[in-house]
Design a protein around this ligand. Structure first.
Ligand code: ADP
Length: 270
């Protein structure tokens, strides 16, 4: 059954080519609706930091002879500008990933390098909150992929773990080979995700709590990017979480070749 302009039609009653054309029209309309929603969302998301920047700029002007206030408002302007540039960067990433551009050639990528790169990129944010990132698991795994995309995905998972964990906690990141896939897990003991939100956090712009997200500078795009990276690689991403206890995100990416599991776990244990 397909529906066009609200009319439901039995495809079985139509000759093949007509049914196909109708289906194309329905799909085109669906794509159009998704695109319109997306543009509306982007507009809304851009409006917030831009509006804040304008108000802050006015406040700075008014407070010109009060250096302390100027300093305080300027710091907030920097914060808003950073949020804005993160949003733009993530929008570009996302549009590249889902734009139907052919994926760059998949080549052997060392998981250890991907994890190290991601830990490196989140180190500053973690130490600002006295959070320790411990990497462990199996070493020497090689997947087929695009290193920059995988590093972005693991960085997004680690950045979230940092953002949604209290100060002084510990985050574990590690990999293991299982059934032809490398499973990269990021575990935090942060605030966790309520059950009803768990399946939706991978949607673009979805946030568990808008007010909470704005204080962490979140854009709601990080996990949508992870999901696209996973599917571009023929893999997947999933989450386990318990409110108040923490979350574990698992990214699965096909291994490049059968690895000698015993040798690499022996190396990992050494
Ligand atoms: P954001 O930029 O808001 O972090 P994401 O797409 O990365 O956007 O995540 C979507 C939402 O999922 C977040 O706003 C947050 O509510 C929730 N979330 C993601 N990772 C975690 C985590 N490790 N712990 C708790 N909540 C999380």
């Amino acid at each position: 059954q397909v529906g066009v302009h609200g009319i439901r039609l039995e495809t079985g009653a139509l000759p093949g080519p007509v049914a196909l054309v109708l289906m194309d029209v329905t799909e085109a309309r669906r794509v159009e609706v998704v695109r319109r929603d997306f543009v509306a969302n982007v507009g809304h998301e851009l409006k917030t930091p831009v509006g804040a920047l304008r108000l802050l700029a006015e406040a700075v002007e008014d407070a010109a002879d009060d250096p302390e206030t100027v300093r305080r408002f300027s710091a907030r302007m920097t914060h808003e500008a950073e949020r804005l540039s993160r949003l733009v960067r993530e929008l570009i990433d996302l549009s590249r990933l889902q734009g139907g551009e052919p994926l760059p050639e998949l080549v052997p990528v060392e998981v250890d390098r991907v994890v190290a790169e991601a830990v490196d990129r989140t180190g500053l944010a973690a130490s600002a909150k006295q959070i320790t990132i411990a990497s462990g698991g199996q070493h020497g795994l090689v997947v087929r992929g695009v290193e920059s995309q995988l590093a972005t995905a693991v960085t997004n998972l680690l950045a979230n773990a940092v953002a949604y964990s209290p100060e002084g906690t510990r985050i574990a990141v590690g990999a293991r080979g299982r059934s032809g896939f490398a499973e990269i897990t990021v575990t935090d003991s942060g605030i966790g995700i309520p059950r009803e939100d768990r399946s939706r956090v991978f949607e673009r712009f979805y946030r568990v709590d808008q007010s909470r997200a704005s204080t962490t500078g979140g854009t709601g795009l990080g996990l949508a990017i992870v999901k696209h990276v996973a599917s571009n690689h023929g893999g997947s991403v999933s989450v386990w979480s318990e409110e108040g206890l923490g979350s574990t995100f698992t990214l699965r990416v096909p291994l490049a070749a059968q690895v000698d599991v015993e040798a690499s776990s022996a190396a990992a244990g050494a």
